[in-house]
Design a protein around this ligand. Structure first.
Ligand SMILES: NC(=O)c1ccc[n+]([C@@H]2O[C@H](COP(=O)([O-])OP(=O)(O)OC[C@H]3O[C@@H](n4cnc5c(N)ncnc54)[C@H](OP(=O)(O)O)[C@@H]3O)[C@@H](O)[C@H]2O)c1
Length: 230
């Protein structure tokens, strides 16, 4: 099945946590890293998040830099990449920045069973949100990727969280993983990590090839890995 080029990006503490045990979207990136992520967004056709990240962080997912936005427009692209969320159960508040920050195309993938009930379907379609139900109790991520290609999206930046990242990696739907490792330790067995979910046995582990290591003055480390084909 055709799918876009998919990059996962996270900011993590040295012990691999992408948030503290509070799960409220603790700041981890340095200012320079926020610029790196902005460039990644500006180079993407879509930015994707899982529903708990939407709920916990209330992210804008737009390009911060007006120069990068102007560059996109000059290339004939919209100022911001499309915002894509996978969410079956959690309701989106009408004032969520996912909906209000823009301008941006907004695409929501839901489980068919939940499309009318929890998500306020009428409200969202009134706001111009494109809603695509998929089969199964959770959103079918392979179908999501195929649909995104159909919608003209060739490059997707996934910005978490750990459950969505894991499922995409498990299903072989990721091409590249980038991370900013911050010089800090959060600890906590329940704090989210780059890849959570059910976990993989050693024989099924996702193999990576390191393509970039950059130590930064702010004490952080930027790492980039390609996902090896299975
Ligand atoms: N530091 C970073 O770079 C970074 C980036 C992003 C997030 N975070 C942190 O990560 C945490 C959130 O991560 P999380 O693992 O709890 O949640 P998540 O990955 O953001 O969202 C997972 C949710 O997405 C929905 N979903 C629907 N279909 C799915 C599928 N096929 N596979 C996986 N999920 C599917 C499910 O919720 P429904 O049943 O409600 O649909 C699922 O519970 C927060 O603390 C956030 O701050 C950190």
């Amino acid at each position: 099945m055709a799918r876009p080029f998919v990059v996962i990006n996270v900011a993590a503490s040295l012990d691999g946590k992408i948030d503290t045990i509070e799960r409220r979207g603790a700041p981890i990136s340095s200012e320079r890293d926020r610029d790196r992520v902005d460039q990644l967004r500006a180079a993407s056709d879509a930015v994707m998040v899982g529903s708990r990240t939407l709920h916990d962080e209330d992210p804008r997912l737009t390009v911060r830099s007006s120069t990068l936005q102007a560059d996109r427009v000059a290339r004939g692209e919209p100022a911001n990449p499309a915002k894509v969320a996978v969410a079956t159960r959690l309701g989106l508040k009408p004032d969520a920045r996912f909906l209000s920050a823009g301008p941006a195309r907004i695409i929501l993938f839901t489980a068919r069973t939940a499309v009318d009930a929890a998500l306020g379907h009428g409200l969202l379609t009134a706001q111009g949100v494109e809603i695509y139900p998929t089969d199964g109790p959770q959103v079918d991520l392979a179908t999501v990727m195929a649909k995104l290609v159909e919608l003209g999206i060739r490059r997707v930046l996934v910005e978490g969280g750990g459950s969505l990242n894991f499922e995409l990696l498990r299903l072989g739907l990721v091409d590249e993983v980038q991370l900013y490792l911050a010089p800090t330790i959060f600890g906590g067995a329940t704090a989210p990590t780059l890849a959570d979910g059910a976990g993989l046995l050693r024989a099924d582990a996702v193999a990576l090839e390191r393509v970039q290591v950059e130590p930064w003055q702010d004490g952080g480390l930027v790492l980039r890995y390609k996902v090896k084909p299975r």
